[in-house]
Design a protein around this ligand. Structure first.
Ligand SMILES: [Zn+2]
Ligand SMILES: [Zn+2]
Length: 160
């Protein structure tokens, strides 16, 4: 995490070239599941997913950390005005300040950060559920297959 903190500090320094009074964000490594990072103006900081970070170090250093820092900067530049999260301003920061292509989505392998060991069957395939989704089924929620429209039925627990 130390190296990631340093990368955040570096990205912050870059932002301060255009906004010298930009406050330093707090940094948490507490995100779970498929989410790579989040910028929270209300909580005053940036959140990152520690499992995805350790599995995708280069992508974090090259893209995810600048991506969230760009949100942080735009939040403050906008000074309370609600802008589109990945709108013109954010794209300009990504491009002009960080020299990056302003892409929005990442394609990380989330098998470790978001395991799906619960197997469900329909009429056409096997579906893999997370523990959270499986718990919803146990509480009575029903899911249908988008292809065959049958209700999914729990069949097995299978860790990869
Ligand atoms: Zn974003
Ligand atoms: Zn189906």
């Amino acid at each position: 995490m130390h190296a990631a903190q340093q990368r955040v500090a570096q990205a912050l320094a870059r932002c301060r070239e255009v906004y010298p009074t930009l406050p330093a964000p707090k940094v948490w490594f507490d995100l779970k599941g498929a989410s790579a990072g989040q910028a929270h103006l209300g909580r005053g900081g940036l959140r990152f997913n520690p499992v995805l970070l350790s599995d995708n170090r280069d992508a974090y250093f090259d893209e995810v950390i600048p991506h969230e820092m760009a949100h942080w900067l735009v939040f403050h530049l906008a000074n309370g005005t609600r802008l589109k999260p990945h709108g013109r301003e954010w794209q300009a920061v990504m491009r002009d300040l960080f020299g990056l292509v302003p892409k929005v989505t990442h394609r990380f392998d989330t098998q470790r950060s978001q395991p799906r060991p619960y197997r469900y069957e329909c009429g056409c395939q096997t579906h893999c559920f997370t523990a959270r989704r499986h718990a919803l089924v146990v509480k009575g929620r029903r899911y249908r297959c988008r292809h065959c429209d049958q209700t999914l039925v729990y069949s097995a627990f299978e860790n990869p």
